[in-house]
Design a protein around this ligand. Sequence first.
Ligand SMILES: NC(=O)C1=CN([C@@H]2O[C@H](COP(=O)(O)OP(=O)(O)OC[C@H]3O[C@@H](n4cnc5c(N)ncnc54)[C@H](OP(=O)(O)O)[C@@H]3O)[C@@H](O)[C@H]2O)C=CC1
Ligand SMILES: O=C1O[C@H](COP(=O)(O)O)[C@@H](O)[C@H](O)[C@H]1O
Length: 513
Amino acid sequence: MPSTIIRREEEGESLATVELKNNTVIVVLGASGDLAKKKTFPALFGLYRNNFLPNNVKIVGYARTNMDHQEYLKRVRSYIKTPTQDIEKQLDEFCGFCSYVSGQYDQDESFINLRKHVEELEAGREETNRVFYMALPPSVFITVSQHLKRNCYPEKGIARIIVEKPFGKDLPSSRQLQRALAPDWNEDEIYRIDHYLGKEMVKNILILRFGNEMIGATWNKNHIDNVQISFKEPFGTEGRGGYFDEFGIIRDVMQNHLLQVLTLLTMERPISFSAEDIRDEKVRVLRAMPAIEPRNVIIGQYGKSLDGTKPGYKEDDTVPKDSRCPTFASMVAYIRNERWEGVPFILKAGKALNEQKTEIRIQYKDVTSGIFKEIPRNELVIRVQPNESVYLKMNSKLPGLSMQTVVTELDLTYRRRFSDLKIPEAYESLILDALKGDHSNFVRDDELDASWRIFTPLLHYLDDNKEIIPMEYPYGSRGPAILDDFTASFGYKFSDASGYQWPVQSVEALQKL
Ligand SMILES: NC(=O)C1=CN([C@@H]2O[C@H](COP(=O)(O)OP(=O)(O)OC[C@H]3O[C@@H](n4cnc5c(N)ncnc54)[C@H](OP(=O)(O)O)[C@@H]3O)[C@@H](O)[C@H]2O)C=CC1
Ligand SMILES: O=C1O[C@H](COP(=O)(O)O)[C@@H](O)[C@H](O)[C@H]1O
């Protein structure tokens, strides 16, 4: 009987989009690391619990750490934390198909050893599909991908390689990485993860835009004054200072996560929801964005909290005492096309701020003046996390006999709107996409190139000009003091909205204002 792979090829099915339902081994390289612990294994377990892993799947961990099978399983169990206690049986089943191989990242013998182990697990299978998940530091991406190709590439099945960011530090290093991967892995086999593309509300952007005439019709420079995309974390780089100092907030979250969000917000309607149609439109809009100009950027670095209880960035032992690394940045991107000419897209990202929040705020233009003395602008807010929601801030008449206006909102708060809500973790959704052969939520090579082109001149400018020192902001604040003037200078109007409170307000209290 011919293998299903051969049949599929004969029938003209592209192997790139084949769903791996059977005969699959997933190898997690870097299985002892932080990413594997926090994201990869919990996501694999989440997929298993929901019956989304291929039938009879095997999961192999690979890392340098020496440990025996039992010790490894103990680790895997400790990685998986769920609030319910009823998972013990499922955890036992999950561990039943997990195993571990220890080896080096730069030695053929180690990878030959890995192959032998995988082959034992595959014994009796006609088709041998292998998914390699690189939960590894970028310094070993290339050597590992080369060793995998040489020693572990399946002869009778589909191979896929999932690569984690960072994909380089600038345009030249990203291209170098691309050139190193390209001879061994074709673009169809590579899945570059940007985990923001797996987030529920980020995946919702195209539906909100293209599935609602009301939103679609106003989605342009004629109606939208400015857009803010904000990423805020209430904790510093504690424990990760060594890694972070080499990258900084712009490379860590802006060039990738926030730019991906911006791209989905601004691309034109794709011909279909297929991966290539979506990615073609994303590349087109990225190519219409000029490089970020340094004069449209502010950078900051957190110092001690005002009450002195939280340490400043440079107090971390792994951070150089004279570090100029930005832990906060805000910058403005523009798009030179008919739809967006002149609209500022304000990106803001920071660590050690006052709250945890990722949101998109679309601020509409002022209504024609005349009948209103002062009336706030409409804002459409897409709250990516936490408390996923979409709300449209709008003006309404205050109930009663007067003609007083009040800011209120059309509110789609997910946890109130949907019962039995379970929002999948971004990594669950992305690993499932990779198993399904769906590249829509992964970064294509030309997309990566276009995104680095937008950021590289700024990054080099900041790296080279040693006299540029980030502005200090206190741990736990909203960022550098200049921030509000900066956003206001690009047209953002902050409206205190006369005591606006969400979710409910008393009419009587508002009448007294
Ligand atoms: N469904 C839901 O979950 C809803 C929740 N709400 C909640 O109601 C509250 C108010 O919401 P909303 O009006 O949208 O948001 P906010 O008033 O909290 O913030 C509006 C924007 O203004 C910025 N900002 C805050 N203070 C200033 C300032 N002094 N000068 C200039 N800019 C400033 C914020 O930036 P920055 O982030 O940098 O501080 C943010 O981008 C929030 O807590 C929101 O979460 C409202 C509606 C629905
Ligand atoms: O990629 C990264 O993202 C996280 C934030 O991810 P989130 O899903 O919690 O929003 C960030 O903390 C980290 O510095 C960065 O490398």
